[in-house]
Ligand binder design. Structure first.
Ligand code: UD1
Ligand code: CA
Length: 455
């Protein structure tokens, strides 16, 4: 059967008190709307249409790499009206449409699959997802007659009896596309909020004698984020789930409560993660790594056996068995080879560092290509910026760069070279040479005595 999905993402989200649209707030490093889109895709629904309105351009920008189509809801007149705005997307289609709110990022894939299967198996006109919750305040209530769902009533429209119902509407549904389209025409906004509710479609279809199904799931699955409190709740739930997944995959997290791992991060087994670490974006950490305390690693690839301590690594690669930190800063587009060492207070920017090279302390390397087997003395600076342009430095294999060297770019240093400590290198050092570029020392005999400074 043909399947497609609508993601409702046109509302501003007044209750979250933000200048940016609610659905762009992140949970575990990913925008809520992108969680929902990815959830649809993971449940094998390819054709996804996102309904945008408030901050439409922003939402489009943040979702455009996900290959979705868009419908525009210019005025936010309610969730039913939002779906109506996707008529162009739905018309002429025959099959099932899953409709999910863009502010509910925590739905498990198996729950979406269950909903879809139940809908198709029972040949329902509509199937909704619900959950029992202690305090259903704010949620739409599922009203049943015996076992059968007859309608959904929004919190603000509930009578006293209905307020007591603690089965809440998750705002996640499957609909027969044709039935949905015809019932949308019958929606009215005669309710407490003066909105066109998608939830009314259920009652409309029921009155027409159509078959309505319901799948009950855990509350956690369904949480919709309306406020910052709920955003923090969602973050904690997802963080726990992510951490548990890694623990079950054979990763040691010394303190999961202070370990923040993005949803798309991959970690190999027998890697040990100490407290206070943040891994973001598309980071991949291979097996047998030790990530000591206090690292932020974003969009980076860390090979097997690497040890990192109290360092920041952005959009870079670290080769096998290399050690990084404490207090190293590896900035985007850097690639460090294997068995290398990047030590304390070292900053590397947009540079490649060869295998086995040691940059142990207090050094800046920017816009450089460094070979393998090199040794950088303490306090080396690649002077890559002349105030106008960034220039390149090339250093060959097995070079020994003495302490406190300046390499004024553009400059080249050949293989197997030595640079004397304190040198300021401005021109090429040929292979096999020693370069000394500093004033020769001169001692003035008895100078202190002569000046009357002797103590
Ligand atoms: C909705 C449901 C409620 C359910 C709850 C679950 C309705 C009428 N109510 O209420 O039954 O219990 O979700 O979390 O559907 N949106 C638009 N256009 C609009 C209005 C909303 O695109 O005109 C989008 C929002 O961006 C949001 C989603 O729809 O992503 C849900 O809207 P929201 O206002 O949060 O609905 P709730 O009041 O939470
Ligand atoms: Ca909501």
């Amino acid at each position: 059967m043909y399947k497609c999905a609508l993601v409702l993402a046109a509302g501003q989200g007044k209750r979250i008190k933000s200048d940016i649209p609610k659905v762009l707030h992140k949970v575990c490093g990913k925008e809520m709307v992108n969680h929902v889109i990815d959830n649809m895709r993971n449940a094998n629904i390819e054709d996804v249409n996102v309904i945008i309105g408030k901050g439409a351009e922003l939402v489009k920008k943040e979702t455009e790499n996900r290959n979705v189509s868009y419908s525009l809801q210019e005025e936010q007149l309610g969730t039913g009206h939002a779906v109506k705005c996707a008529k162009g997307f739905l018309e002429g289609k025959d099959g099932v449409v899953a409709i999910f709110a863009g502010d509910a990022p925590l739905t498990k894939i198996e729950t979406i699959n269950n909903l879809m299967e139940e809908h198709i198996l029972k040949k329902n006109s509509a199937t909704l997802l619900s959950a029992y919750v202690e305090d259903p305040t704010g949620y739409g209530r599922i009203i049943r007659d015996g076992d059968e769902v007859v309608k959904i009533v929004e919190h603000k429209d509930c009578n006293e009896e209905e307020l007591k119902v603690n089965e809440m509407n998750a705002a996640m549904y499957c609909f027969d596309i044709k039935d949905l389209l015809s019932s949308l025409e019958k929606l009215s906004n005669d309710n407490n909020q003066g909105e066109y509710y998608l939830t009314d479609v259920i009652g409309i279809l029921k009155n027409e004698g159509k078959r309505i199904g319901a799948v009950v799931t855990d509350y956690e699955d369904t949480i919709g984020v309306n406020s910052r409190v709920q955003l923090a709740e969602a973050e904690e739930i997802l963080r726990n789930r992510i951490n548990e997944k890694h623990l079950n995959n054979g990763v040691t997290l010394i303190d999961p409560r202070t370990t923040y791992i993005g949803v798309d991060v991959k970690i190999g087994k027998d890697t040990i993660v100490y407290p206070n670490n943040i891994f973001e974006g598309n980071t991949v950490i291979a097996e047998n790594c030790t990530i000591l305390q206090g690292c932020r690693i974003k969009d980076s690839i860390i090979a097997k056996g690497v040890e990192i301590q109290s360092s920041v690594i952005l959009e870079s690669r670290i080769g096998e068995n290399t050690t990084v930190g404490p207090f190293a800063y590896i900035r985007p587009e850097s690639s460090i080879g294997k068995d290398a060492r990047i030590g304390d207070f070292v900053e590397i920017k947009k540079s490649t560092i060869g295998d086995g090279t040691k940059v142990s302390h207090l050094t800046y390397i920017g816009d450089a290509e460094v070979g393998s087997g090199c040794n950088f003395g303490c306090g080396t600076v690649v002077v890559n910026y002349d105030g106008k342009t960034k220039n390149k430095t090339i250093i060959g294999d097995n070079s020994f760069i003495g302490c406190n060297t300046n390499l004024v770019s553009p400059v080249e240093v050949g293989d197997n070279t030595y640079i004397a400590a304190g040198s300021t290198i401005t021109s090429k050092v040929e292979e096999g040479d020693l370069a000394i570029a500093r004033a020769k020392q001169r001692n003035i005999k008895g100078w202190v005595e002569k000046k009357g400074l002797m103590k």
